[in-house]
Design a protein around this ligand. Structure first.
Ligand code: ZN
Length: 202
């Protein structure tokens, strides 16, 4: 099982970090040890002083595939949820400055909390509203209608390079509003009004 992540897939987020709008999906990966399930607590890592949340819609791959055409892509995921792409922003900035890979900033242990999965049949894939609360305040709100590269394009693009395998997860990118967390904070992720993820920072 592997985790794909897409960077800069919402215009308003690319702009808030002064990044260019990508011409093709920006793909990176996290190992299986990054996944945190079951609303378990997250322990603030000692190597960062600026840990950011990025709330994202996460797709679950339901069958193996390679070179998937966009028109068949919808057959390759059957469930989704909200997840957090935790990012050590200070570490990432150093990696970016030097042109180094950014795994240390994004792929560390438990950097990918994922919520409870729901069936794709429960939502309108082209317009999924999602939000993240930090403590009681809404800090991020997004809608998949604003994706630069929609789900079918992502599935097709990723599968040109990597064999999709049943159980893989795809983090589809974060909207604007990313920010830092501190020990004691609680993050809660919603699709529509449905709460699917809780993550306490310890
Ligand atoms: Zn992200």
């Amino acid at each position: 099982m592997k985790v794909f992540c897409i960077g800069r897939n919402y215009v308003n987020h690319a702009k808030e970090l002064n990044n260019p709008i990508p011409k093709e999906p920006l793909v990176f990966m996290k190992p299986v040890t990054a996944v945190l399930k079951g609303n378990r607590d997250f322990y603030y890592p000692e190597f960062t002083k600026n840990l950011h949340y990025e709330a994202e819609i996460v797709l679950r791959v339901c069958k193996n595939g390679k070179h998937v055409q966009p028109k068949f892509a919808h057959k390759y995921f059957d469930a989704l949820t909200i997840g957090i792409d935790f990012t050590a922003r200070d570490v990432q900035s150093k990696c970016k400055e030097k042109g180094h890979p950014w795994e240390k900033a994004k792929a560390f242990d438990h950097s990918a909390p994922v919520g409870e999965l729901i069936s794709v049949d429960e939502v309108d894939l082209s317009s999924i509203e999602f939000s993240l609360k930090k403590n009681e305040e809404i800090v991020q709100e997004g809608n998949t209608k604003d994706l630069i590269f929609p789900f079918d394009t992502l599935i097709s693009h990723i599968s040109q390079f990597f064999t999709l395998q049943k159980g893989d997860l795809i983090f589809t990118g974060t909207p604007a509003g990313v920010g830092s967390v501190a020990i004691g904070d609680e993050l809660r992720g919603f699709i529509g009004k449905k709460e699917l993820l809780t993550c306490k920072i310890k």
